[in-house]
Design a protein around this ligand. Structure first.
Ligand code: 0X9
Ligand code: ZN
Length: 313
């Protein structure tokens, strides 16, 4: 699978199926359930010991919770590639088990390919006003501080749904956290854009281990900045509610509440000539780069030392 283009839902699905068939010792493909429109939401478990050794920490990577943020897909696909196909850091599959969910919002993602490139939310129709306005912002639909800093209008881009986990897509992610509770040490919710590594609760509080979370975040940013393209800015690391804005019901907040000590929202870089929403467009030159530079946070983990720092929480 070359990493110089953005794959469709079906292409990703086919890739995951073929990967699981070709590497049955290492890859377990899980069909976690169906989206609102009935598409399968699949993730891979990657492990040199078939996920059995519960003393191993788990790293959970997820992309495309927001449909239009296409550049996040090569980041998770490249991680899969480096853990299964082109393994250059053996210790990463020896010491860590991985959960990687490339398309968290399949209905929205398909919609951005066939209908509306800048669609963000899922495609839930149950909230429509006549035939106006649909979709829930999945990153406002988790139960932590639900509805405190989000919209109750279905026409809003940050509509939080009728209640926590009203949407099948967020319930599926919740269940992944609960199923592996106690083992997930690091969660990256990969978004775009803005070149940011964000942590903390969406309503402004910081977790008790915030100093460590900041330290690891800074190390991750340095690892990426060391190889980034000249035209992209350096990553900014900080408290999400200060650096970006307040938001309740996010996946990152749920991760922390479910006991994940290191939870981040990544905002990958935007299109270099994209102003406003055009930042979501993908620069062909950057697709490959987006994959391998995000991978630096793991591939260069001797500097990053993420999973070693976890022992201190
Ligand atoms: O608004 C979001 O959901 C994320 N930004 S995006 O441009 N990709 O939509 C940021 C979420 C950060 N989390 C919190 N603010 N809690
Ligand atoms: Zn997003």
């Amino acid at each position: 699978l070359p990493f110089n283009q953005i794959y469709t839902y079906h292409q990703v699905d086919e890739f995951l199926e073929q990967l699981a068939a070709a590497y049955p010792q290492v890859v377990t493909l899980v069909n976690a359930g169906k989206s609102f429109e009935g598409r399968d939401i699949k993730y891979v478990k990657i492990s040199s010991t078939n996920f059995q050794d519960s003393s191993k920490p788990v790293v959970f990577l997820e992309s495309l919770l927001h449909a239009r943020e296409w550049v996040t897909l090569p980041a998770t696909l490249y991680a899969i590639h480096k853990l299964v196909i082109d393994v250059t850091e053996q210790d990463l599959i020896r010491d860590i088990d991985w959960i990687i969910l490339p398309i968290a919002n399949p209905d929205g993602y398909v919609h951005t390919h066939v209908e509306a490139r800048f669609w963000r939310k899922n495609r839930a129709t149950g909230y429509m006003i006549g035939n106006l306005c649909l979709g829930v912002d999945l990153n406002r639909n988790f139960d932590i501080s639900w509805s405190e800093a989000s919209s109750n209008s279905v026409c809003s881009e940050t509509f939080h749904g009728s209640g926590p986990f009203s949407e099948p897509e967020t319930a599926i992610i919740r269940d992944i956290f609960l199923e592996h509770q106690g083992r997930i040490e690091l969660f990256l919710d990969i978004h775009s854009f803005g070149s940011m590594i964000l942590y903390g609760y969406g309503t402004g509080q910081l977790p008790a281990n915030a100093l460590w979370v900041n330290l690891v975040g800074v190390q991750m940013a340095q690892a990426i900045d060391a190889v980034k393209t000249s035209w992209n800015p350096n990553y900014i690391v900080g408290n999400v509610a200060l650096v970006l804005y307040q938001a309740s019901g996010s996946a990152m907040d749920f991760a922390k509440a479910a006991g994940v000590p290191f939870a981040y929202t990544f905002e990958l870089p935007g299109h270099r000539f994209g102003l406003g929403a055009l930042g979501f467009l993908v620069d062909a030159n950057f697709i490959e780069q987006a994959g391998f530079e995000t991978w630096e946070v793991f591939g260069k983990h001797e500097e990053y030392k993420g999973y070693k720092v976890y022992n201190i929480h």
